[in-house]
Design a protein around this ligand. Structure first.
Ligand code: ZN
Ligand code: FE
Length: 255
């Protein structure tokens, strides 16, 4: 049975995710921007928290960790590379490490760029990937610590996952991301369609996450720096992919 996924809006525009294995009752949360909404979601489902998975050290992803750990005894897992600036870890993880939620096994993917220690969690059997502020709906995280080449490599790794994978990312930024994407590819039919569904979702107060990886591949400019249409759009038809990505990221920063 696939893992059950619950999207939990937190703070102004953050998302945490509850992941529940019905077979064993195991429940994990990915990122803890704030303990209260996660506590409420757990209570609403009658689930007991067993694990806390952290994508990166920023305060809007870890602020409620100590509180939830104290209440539930859940184990905290995060990047070994950032153990010095994450809440205390029970397991420190790196590329390829295995993690389990009940009976389902996942894998750690290192995705540096937004921060150098950023990691993602992939659960192949349930076709879920938790990307925090690396790959986001129609966007990617700002490069606070890494280089464009580093983030491009990280996004390439995520692009290689099966196209039906659901991308569970850390913020509700899709509407602004859609406006930016359309400056680059105003005629992309998939992007026009997706912009419409994003606008409708936001009007109705629904999250735009999770998103399907195949939709990201077709519409997310940050995954498309290797596509001729995007290279042409930024006037760099012959440039290497990572340089085109750097230009797209620089334009978004000024947008
Ligand atoms: Zn962040
Ligand atoms: Fe964030």
């Amino acid at each position: 049975m696939p893992l059950e996924l619950v999207t939990v809006p937190c703070l102004g525009d953050n998302y945490a995710y509850l992941v529940h294995d019905a077979a064993t009752g195991a429940t994990a949360v990915v990122d803890v921007p704030d303990a209260a909404p996660i506590r409420a979601a757990l209570a609403g489902h009658g689930w007991a928290l067993s694990g806390i998975l952290l994508t990166h050290h920023h305060v809007d992803h870890v602020a409620g960790v100590d509180e939830l750990r104290a209440e539930t005894g859940a184990r905290v897992l995060g990047a070994a590379a950032d153990a010095h600036r994450l809440p205390r870890l029970d397991a420190a993880l790196g590329e390829g490490d295995s993690i389990t939620i009940g009976s389902e096994e996942g894998r750690v993917i290192e995705v540096p760029g937004h921060t150098v220690g950023h990691i993602a969690f992939h659960f192949p059997a349930s076709a879920l990937v938790f990307t925090g502020d690396s790959l986001m709906a129609l966007g990617c995280g700002r490069l606070f610590e890494g280089t464009p080449a580093m983030m491009w490599q990280s996004l390439r790794k995520l692009s290689a996952l099966p196209p039906d994978t659901l991308v569970c990312s850390g913020h509700e930024y899709a509407e602004a991301n859609a406006r930016f994407a359309r400056t680059l590819e105003p005629e992309n039919p998939a992007l026009i369609l997706r912009s419409g569904s994003i606008a409708a979702a936001r009007r109705e107060g629904r999250p735009t996450v999770p998103s399907q990886l195949s939709d990201e591949m077709a519409t997310n400019p940050f995954l498309r720096a290797n596509v001729a249409a995007l290279k042409a759009a930024v006037g760099m038809p012959d440039a290497p992919d990572a340089e085109v990505f750097a230009e797209i990221r620089a334009r978004k920063d000024k947008f």
